[in-house]
Design a protein around this ligand. Structure first.
Ligand code: DXP
Length: 257
């Protein structure tokens, strides 16, 4: 169980809902992942006159909690407006806050992110900020009222996996009591297991499942990897060493002369 803003959530996998080959495949993927939280982009689904309404109804019918996001927003004011629309549409005060600052890397604009987080937390939102692995920004987000942090491990959609393990470790060490969810850049189940082995509380991913040859099977593979990584973290992992350590004790061995 992971506690997010007072809600107890059974699955540590959060799934994005974009880029699936069909709504049916999305539905199967959600089911086989065992996820209890899916993210949905208000701007993406309503862009260009697309019929967002039918998509949103389908998402609501999946029987899982919806975490709307502000994907596609490039300023604090845009993100705040989008969050308020999402609250109306999905009848939830949860919002995954994304404010994109860089065109190529889709890196968050952390200044606008903190500004938007302050406004939304003061307005009663439960904010899930998509951020970098910067400790100072993390502090500011917590000061703004966020009770969850969602650092990237690599650029969105890149499937690269954890680029800066030291930064992820530092974040875990500095914020032992804050739920930390790795968001973006995961490409393989082994990447997800790796971040869970670092003590992360959950993983949010989209592209690696939606773009897989068999998305539903991949969703299940990720769920298993996340469970395995969590189990390993709880079991207590060995620290790697530079030197060999014999696995057979030498004390008390027979002496032949
Ligand atoms: C911030 C963001 O947009 C991510 O939540 C994205 O939805 C998932 O990232 P990947 O597609 O890299 O898994």
């Amino acid at each position: 169980m992971i506690s997010l803003y007072g809600s107890e959530i059974g699955s540590r996998l959060l799934l994005g809902t974009a880029r699936y080959p069909s709504p049916a495949v999305l539905e199967q993927s959600v089911r086989r992942s065992g996820t209890e939280i899916v993210t949905v982009s208000l701007r993406r689904e309503t862009a260009g006159g697309k019929a967002g309404g039918a998509f949103f109804e389908m998402i609501k019918s999946l029987g899982v909690r919806v975490l709307p996001n502000t994907a596609g927003c490039h300023s604090a004011s845009e993100a705040v407006l989008t969050a308020r629309m999402a609250r109306e549409l999905f009848d939830t005060d949860w919002i995954k806050l994304e404010v994109i600052g860089h065109h190529d890397t889709l890196q968050p604009d952390v200044f606008a992110l903190v500004e938007a987080a302050r406004i939304l937390c003061a307005d009663g939102f439960k904010v899930f900020p998509y951020t970098t692995d910067d400790l100072v920004v993390a502090e500011r987000l917590l000061e703004a009222g966020c009770q969850v942090l969602m650092p990237w491990c690599a650029p969105i959609g890149s499937a690269i996996g954890p680029v800066n393990i030291m930064a992820l470790k530092a974040m875990r060490a500095h914020f032992p009591d804050v739920p930390l969810i790795v968001d973006a850049g995961i490409g393989r189940p082994s990447h997800a297991a790796m971040v869970m082995e670092l003590g992360y509380d959950a993983v949010l991913l989209n592209t690696a499942v939606a773009g897989a040859g068999d998305p539903a099977a991949m969703a299940e593979a990720f769920a298993k990897a996340i469970d395995a990584g969590r189990g390993a973290w709880l079991a207590g992992l060995l620290e790697p060493r530079d030197l060999a350590v014999p696995s057979t004790p030498v004390i008390g061995k027979a002496v032949f002369s």
